[in-house]
Design a protein around this ligand. Structure first.
Ligand code: ACO
Length: 429
């Protein structure tokens, strides 16, 4: 039998058959529309809450193979990038599509390093937040506010202009993060030191006090850089899809990225590392792990940092992060919560429920423990995630803008509400 790249469907309501082309392992959802019960019928749609089986875009940025536990950026395995590259180089790779030549990298790094400062009015805006404002709330709002400082960013069809906004955002996110952190603890904002590396400068803006020159610990600087690489991009996750969704309206990238960061804030997404740490603190000791797992099995709670929509195997980022943890602990001393985490992982991975549900630790299970050992408070964790994810969001946003198939995102709904009914005045209800 000759192989045909098509799908034959028989509609049992009408007895009619249809042949839909299969391309890249998928059918076009709009091809279903021709399947109608009668001429009045709108046509068949696919109902897919949470987009569990719907490809919304064609992308070349990152590949996530959840069954095999593989993650690649532009074809390069995440392990190789984490071991041999740097965050700024990976950012170039994600945004521009290839690893840079030496002069391209120097130019790219120079552009980013010289855009780290914030307009003084952005600083004033940040000062207006309450003393205890969550840094992620400050981050989301400040990124959106940048749109008013750079009205040229609306010029989406100008490639140079797009690149400029991308560099600005990659450059300024650490400064916003550090100011948000210092705002919360009442320390004066520390301006960027452009002699330092990307990660080293973030540590400087967070932790420098009265010393004339801040010298970051090279192990911690490297660990932070690696954590940013591991968070660089991850297919069409909730925040990236939000970036593309909002970006599809052709709003400027600052507003689109504020939407992406807002999506990341949720505890089921980038807020999970914060939730993991709270969970580990609540468990407190290795001996309390079995009782905690029992509550998970009774469906009273979820094990935070476990499970993933795509990975049905070990998350490759989680494997790498464990190595980073050991390096960091050599400098900072062992975080006692790591023992609770290891015990949780050990017991969970032997349990029939976790095995049958293919629930493994995800990237957030260990990242929070490392961040905490490095002195970061839990509230800043999602902001650190956002810094790492910024190049991925922007690469995906740009890819969407340049895709001739991109249309404004506008899903359909299955309306389950009332049919027409007449208004009743308030006194007669
Ligand atoms: N603990 C216990 N059970 C779980 C967990 C968990 N962490 N995650 C999923 N399950 C169970 C569900 O109860 C469900 O069981 P059932 O079929 O017996 O009812 C089954 O696994 C499928 O769960 P869904 O919620 O349908 O899976 P989904 O793909 O929608 O959710 C998610 C993925 C949100 C990541 C989920 O696994 C979760 O809530 N994990 C904890 C939060 C977390 O760590 N988020 C970070 C994700 S990584 C990232 O965003 C960077």
């Amino acid at each position: 039998m000759t192989k045909k790249n098509s799908l034959s469907i028989t509609d049992n309501r009408t007895g009619k058959s249809y042949e839909l082309p299969i391309e890249n392992g998928s059918i076009r959802a709009l091809d279903l529309r021709q399947i109608k019960e009668n001429s009045e019928d709108f046509g068949l749609m696919a109902y897919d809450p949470g987009f569990a089986n719907t490809a919304s875009v064609k992308s070349k940025v990152s590949l996530v193979d959840g069954e095999k536990g593989i993650l690649m950026y532009r074809g390069y395995p995440i392990e190789q990038l984490a071991e041999q590259s740097s965050f700024l180089e990976v950012a170039y790779l994600l945004v521009c599509g290839e690893l840079p030549a030496k002069d391209e990298f120097d130019q790219w790094s120079h552009e980013i390093t010289t855009h780290t400062f914030l307009h003084e009015n952005v600083k004033k805006l940040m000062e207006g937040f309450r003393y205890d404002a969550h840094p992620m709330g400050i981050f989301v709002s400040t990124v959106a506010a940048l749109s008013t400082f750079y009205p040229d960013s609306k010029n989406l069809d100008d490639a140079e202009c797009r690149k400029h906004q991308i560099q600005r955002l990659i450059a300024k996110t650490p400064t916003i993060a550090a100011f948000a952190y210092r705002h919360r603890i009442g320390l004066p904002y520390m301006y960027p030191d452009n002699d330092l590396s990307y990660a080293g400068n973030l540590l400087n803006m967070m932790y420098r006090t009265s010393e004339a020159k801040y010298e970051p610990d090279p192990v911690l600087e490297k660990a932070l850089d690696v954590l940013f690489i591991l968070h660089g991009d991850h297919g069409q996750n909730c925040s990236t899809s939000s970036m593309r969704f909002v970006g599809s309206s052709e709003v400027d990238p600052y507003c689109a990225m504020a939407a992406a960061a807002a999506a990341l804030y949720g505890p089921l997404h980038g807020g999970a590392n914060e939730a993991v740490l709270r969970m580990l603190r609540e468990i407190g000791d290795k001996k309390n792990v079995p009782a905690y797992i029992k509550r998970v099995l009774n469906k009273e709670i979820r094990l935070m940092g476990f499970g993933h929509r795509v990975y049905k195997n070990y998350d490759p980022r989680a494997t790498f992060i464990k190595k980073v943890a050991d390096q960091v602990f050599e400098v900072t001393g062992r975080n006692p919560l790591i023992d609770v985490a290891l015990e949780l992982e050990r017991i969970a991975l032997q349990d029939e429920y976790f095995v049958s549900h293919k629930l493994f630790p995800n990237v957030d299970f260990y990242s929070g423990i490392i961040y905490q050992a490095m002195g970061f408070p839990v509230e800043i964790f999602p902001v650190l995630f956002a810094i790492g994810r910024t190049p991925g969001w922007l690469a995906q946003w740009q890819e969407g803008h340049l895709d001739p198939e991109q249309r404004i995102a506008r899903p359909r709904q299955l309306y389950m509400g009332y049919g027409k009914r007449d208004y009743v005045p308030i006194g007669k209800r």
